[in-house]
Design a protein around this ligand. Structure first.
Ligand SMILES: [Zn+2]
Length: 147
């Protein structure tokens, strides 16, 4: 769970671009290359290598889930109402895209999250994603080995 949570947030590691003064609109700026299908596939490959090195059960499923988890990040960013869109088709296109609707308020960058606007974003996202949190944490019976 912690690993997949990290993978879901990994695309925003591109915020380091601000430190290196890479412009937001650059293909390696925020919401650029790391917010693409290609990056999600690379995450899946890295997860596959990790799963095989650790001899995890079902390494292909781990890889597919990691790729989809990584891809969920830019898809959700494309549903926000601010900033630049995502370079979802990088490196084939550097166009920044949004979905036609943007119901999710864009989060302030950096310390801006520690503001009233940041708290509103957290509240809205908590409401929007609470069904998924409930589903993920709902108690279930443990599967037992048979045969
Ligand atoms: Zn993002």
């Amino acid at each position: 769970m912690a690993g997949f949570a990290a993978v879901s947030a990994l695309p925003d590691a591109d915020a380091i671009a601000f430190v290196f003064r890479i412009p937001y609109e650059n293909q390696f700026g925020h919401r650029g290359a790391t917010h693409s299908i290609t990056f999600a596939l690379l995450c899946g490959l890295a997860a596959l290598a990790f799963a095989k090195a650790r001899s995890l059960r079902a390494p292909v499923q781990v890889a597919v889930l990691a790729a989809l988890t990584s891809l969920s990040h830019p898809l959700l960013d494309m549903l926000t109402n601010g900033g630049l869109g995502c370079a979802i088709f990088w490196p084939f296109s550097t166009d920044r895209l949004f979905f036609p609707i943007g119901p999710i308020p864009v989060a302030p960058i950096g310390l801006g999250m520690l503001s009233v606007g940041g708290l509103i974003v957290v509240a809205v996202e908590t409401i929007l994603f609470s069904p998924f949190l409930l589903y993920a944490t709902w108690p279930r019976r443990a599967k037992t080995a048979t045969s």
